[in-house]
Design a protein around this ligand. Structure first.
Ligand SMILES: NC(=O)c1ccc[n+]([C@@H]2O[C@H](COP(=O)([O-])OP(=O)(O)OC[C@H]3O[C@@H](n4cnc5c(N)ncnc54)[C@H](OP(=O)(O)O)[C@@H]3O)[C@@H](O)[C@H]2O)c1
Length: 243
């Protein structure tokens, strides 16, 4: 779920090229129709709506009864200025999509995967789960929460044959965004590194490309406070700090 653009779409293409049957979920009808033309299964789903997730699950499992991997990629990345009360709306959307959306999708597919006794959930967090980016406070909270949820989910599913793999991307620039997202990894490079890591170990606890190691281990390495201070300079991008 969440493969109609960006990281999800690129990884969907990589898995399809490697021989997997891939079905992509998302809301955008145009993107879904393009993906269907490319030969993907394409399913309309809004992860903020439990009925939509259940309906998508039913369609997917009817068509792909051997489904063994579910990726919870759907996410929004919203800037929030906490001095502007309107930020709360962004906080609600962020938690509903990134955290509750992940939980809805996991809940929908858990009975199938457990019954099958084989497979994996791939959850998606961010380097920001481990090292906040102050202009996106609820985003950081949502991703830290998905990390914690993934850890607990892995423990609860232990012994069922169903693994939990957490993909932890650093800043990744999609085509055309390279100049907007400073220090971001080009999407193509990120996807290649992910596929290389998975070829070495198909079910790691976490997929950590080199570019995210400094975020993932900042607290352990004693660099956390300095890096948060450095990243706080980005608060200048918020509208209330300009002019
Ligand atoms: N790019 C980065 O720098 C970066 C870094 C770390 C982590 N991540 C994470 O990686 C994931 C993908 O991000 P991206 O950069 O590839 O962004 P993106 O291109 O905006 O992709 C987001 C995906 O989520 C889907 N989505 C959003 N809201 C949804 C909803 N309510 N229901 C169903 N699908 C929904 C979108 O599809 P529709 O619009 O078609 O619904 C789209 O396929 C996100 O979880 C993001 O937090 C990204």
């Amino acid at each position: 779920m969440g493969g109609t653009s960006g990281i999800g779409r690129e990884l969907a293409r990589r898995f399809a090229a490697a021989g997997s049957a891939v079905v992509v979920g998302g809301r955008s009808p145009e993107a879904l129709s393009e993906l269907a033309d490319e030969g993907f299964g394409a399913i309309r789903v809004d992860v903020t709506d439990g009925d939509s997730v259940a309906a998508a699950r039913d369609v997917v499992l009817a068509r792909y009864p051997e489904l063994d991997t579910v990726v919870t990629m759907s996410g929004v990345m919203l800037l929030e200025d906490v001095r502007d009360p309107a930020h709360f709306e962004a906080a609600v959307t962020t938690i509903d999509t990134n955290l509750l959306g992940t939980i809805r999708v996991v809940d929908a597919f858990t009975p199938h995967l457990v019954r099958r006794g084989f497979g994996a959930f791939v959850t998606v967090t961010s380097g920001i789960a481990f090292l906040p980016f102050p202009p996106m406070p609820s985003y950081a909270a949502s991703k830290a929460a998905v990390h914690a949820y993934s850890e607990a989910l892995r423990a609860q599913l232990d012994g069922t044959g169903v693994g939990v793999v957490e993909l932890v991307p650093p800043a990744v620039a999609r085509a055309g965004q390279e100049k907007v997202v400073a220090h971001a990894l080009p999407l193509d490079d990120f996807a290649s590194e992910v596929m290389r890591l998975l070829s070495q170990d198909p079910t790691p606890r976490e997929i950590l490309v080199k570019g995210v190691l400094m975020h993932r281990w900042a607290e352990r390495d004693g660099t956390y406070d300095a890096l948060v201070a450095q990243r706080s300079q980005a608060l200048a991008m918020l509208p209330s700090r300009q002019g």
